[in-house]
Ligand binder design. Structure first.
Ligand code: C2E
Ligand code: MG
Ligand code: MG
Length: 546
């Protein structure tokens, strides 16, 4: 535009100067207008740009503010979850180190307490292990809610007694522990244990009931022989079992107990191997008809052919076999072996068709689910008639869980197998149960027979048991007949069957076969011209009892 204006100005130069001046003024004005316009546009642009920058800045500031808020919220959340995490970790830690029912320290906590105490050995201490006696009876008879209350109250009483001298803990069920500080000598711990035992015998008032209990306490005192907490806990536990076994309220652990525990452990290991290696054998003791002294059967009794100790009798291993559960595979093998032996005697035609073999069955085995099928299978596979097999269950075993035992015994009886209550008189038979048991025989425990004399208390017990058996239509077998005198007395009292050293000790199967073939063996102990004295004396006995 400027160039056009200059060309026009030059071409019009020769014309009127005034016109030119006017044109020039016009052009100047135009230029100025243009400049102003351009300036205004420029200023507008700057303003717009500034406004947009401001908007962007504000937006950014707002965004930053939101971001800060979000960050603050996030940090708050983090703090809250960290707190929750801390709390739950504490809860877990508390649960891991405390007993839920009583809130007392548990075994883990004791391990943590004991380790440094053993390591430092600065302050001698004692560990007391407590077990409530007959707690199961409370639980079974009054229910678990009352049982739980009793446990809580016992915990509180122990805590009060211990005060700041130590820490009380509950390990399981009715087992408590006390970590007792400042025990200069074992007597300190004994004095404390005596106080605890006395206090535990004071009545507990629970929901309007008065409950009496007592404790067995095992004590292990710290010393250089302990390297870790496990050893101390083990010894306190051993001492506690010893206290229970010997019906003492407290016992301090000593080395004799240790030796006993070790040999028990060895026995357990050996027994495990014995089951695998079939080291058991049956010995047979004759069951004799006291009327005509004929052999009516055998009781099969376990013997253990120990590789280094020789022949071991059941008194030494049955209890351990029961507590370890090894009795189950052991009896299974023995039951089969007894049936196989019976089948063999029949095959060899040395056994009468009515011959009975009696096998002992423990309570642990009776409580096993598959017991009835097991017996059925063995009878089937060995081809033995069920009525030739008798199973002996001790009185204490049948009474242990009477209702359930009755059910199982009924099923066994349904197979046709005979049943006998062993060691009768040593347990606590309730008469209301006795007539419900589907049994055929009562075996009078030998402790009564051996000390039976005319008019003695045991003589009266034998007389009563015989009368009771007759009233319940059961057979009676007297165990442990050792003398002719006992034999005659039992016959006079109307006892039909017996076993004992008078006739024979338990013998190996080969010896038993010889007894089977020698039926007149014991005839010489009968008085001359004796015919069925038992049948006649029976009426007399029943009359005396009524
Ligand atoms: P038990 O079933 O009452 O067996 C009778 C025990 O009395 C046998 O002892 C026998 O040898 C002994 N005995 C018999 N007559 C006389 C006698 O005149 N005088 C004396 N002093 N003792 C006599 P054993 O064989 O030592 O068995 C002891 C107990 O071990 C048995 O008592 C029985 O309860 C248990 N037992 C034996 N074998 C087995 C088994 O295979 N399984 C189970 N669960 N227990 C068994
Ligand atoms: Mg027996
Ligand atoms: Mg017996």
């Amino acid at each position: 535009m400027g160039v056009v204006a200059a060309v026009v100005a030059v071409s019009l130069w020769q014309f009127d100067e005034q016109v030119l001046a006017g044109i020039s003024a016009f052009l100047s004005l135009s230029c100025l207008g243009l400049i102003v316009r351009q300036h205004l546009t420029y200023v507008g642009d700057i303003r717009r740009e500034a406004a947009s920058v401001e908007t962007a800045e504000r937006f950014r500031a707002e965004q930053a503010e939101t971001h800060v808020e979000e960050l603050q919220h996030y940090v708050g959340e983090l703090e809250r979850s960290a707190k929750a995490l801390r709390e739950s970790r504490e809860r877990f830690r508390h649960a891991a180190y405390h007993d839920a029912l009583t809130g007392l320290a548990n075994r883990n906590m004791f391990l943590e307490l004991l380790e440094p105490a053993i390591a430092s050995a600065a302050d001698p201490f004692a560990l007391l292990f407590l077990d409530l006696n007959r707690f199961k009876t409370v639980n079974d008879s009054l229910g678990h809610a009352v049982g739980d209350r009793l446990i809580r109250d016992v915990g509180e009483r122990l805590t009060r007694l211990t005060g700041d001298r130590g820490v009380v803990g509950r390990f399981s069920g009715d087992e408590f522990a006390i970590f007792l500080n400042h025990v200069r000598q074992p007597e300190d711990a004994e004095t404390f244990a005596r106080r605890v035992a006395d206090q535990m015998e004071t009545v507990f008032e629970l929901e309007g009931r008065q409950i009496f209990t007592s404790v067995s306490i095992g004590i292990a005192v710290s010393g250089p022989r302990y390297q870790n907490a496990g050893e101390l806990l083990r010894d306190a536990d051993i001492a506690m079992y010893y206290a229970k076994e010997t019906s003492k309220s407290y016992v301090v652990f000593d080395q004799i107990m240790h030796a006993r525990a070790v040999s028990l452990l060895e026995l357990e290991t050996d027994l495990r191997l014995a089951v695998e290696r079939h080291e058991f054998e049956l010995y047979y003791q004759p069951l004799v008809n006291l009327d005509d002294v004929s052999l009516m059967g055998f009781e099969a009794l376990a013997r253990w052919n120990h590789p280094s100790r020789g022949l071991v009798t059941p008194g030494e291993f049955i209890e351990v076999a029961e507590t370890t559960g090894l009795i189950v595979p052991m009896t299974k093998t023995l039951l089969r072996s007894a049936c196989e032996q019976l089948a063999q005697w029949k095959k060899d035609a040395v056994a009468e068709s009515s011959l009975i073999v009696s096998v002992n069955l423990s309570a642990v085995h009776l409580a096993q689910k598959g017991i009835v099928d097991e017996i059925r299978t063995i009878l089937f596979e060995t081809d033995v008639e069920p009525e030739n097999l008798k199973l002996e269950i001790t009185e204490s075993a049948v009474m242990e869980n009477a209702e359930n035992t009755i059910k199982v015994l009924n099923k066994i009886r349904d197979l046709g197998v005979k049943l006998s209550i062993d060691d009768f008189g040593t347990g606590y038979s309730s008469l209301s149960y006795l007539h419900k048991f589907p049994i055929d025989t009562l075996k009078i425990d030998r402790s009564f027979v051996m000390t039976m004399e005319d008019g003695s208390e045991n003589g009266e017990i034998v007389r009563t048991v015989i009368a009771l058996a007759k009233a319940l239509k059961l057979n009676v077998i007297a165990e442990g007949i050792e003398s002719i005198h006992q034999f005659h007395q039992l016959r006079i009292l109307g006892c039909e069957f017996g076993q004992g050293y008078l006739f024979s000790r338990p013998v190996p199967a080969s010896e038993a076969a010889k007894l089977l073939m020698d039926s007149a063996r014991w005839q010489n102990i009968l008085p001359p011209n004796d015919f069925g004295v038992i049948a006649r004396n029976l009426e007399y006995t029943q009359l005396r009892i009524q």
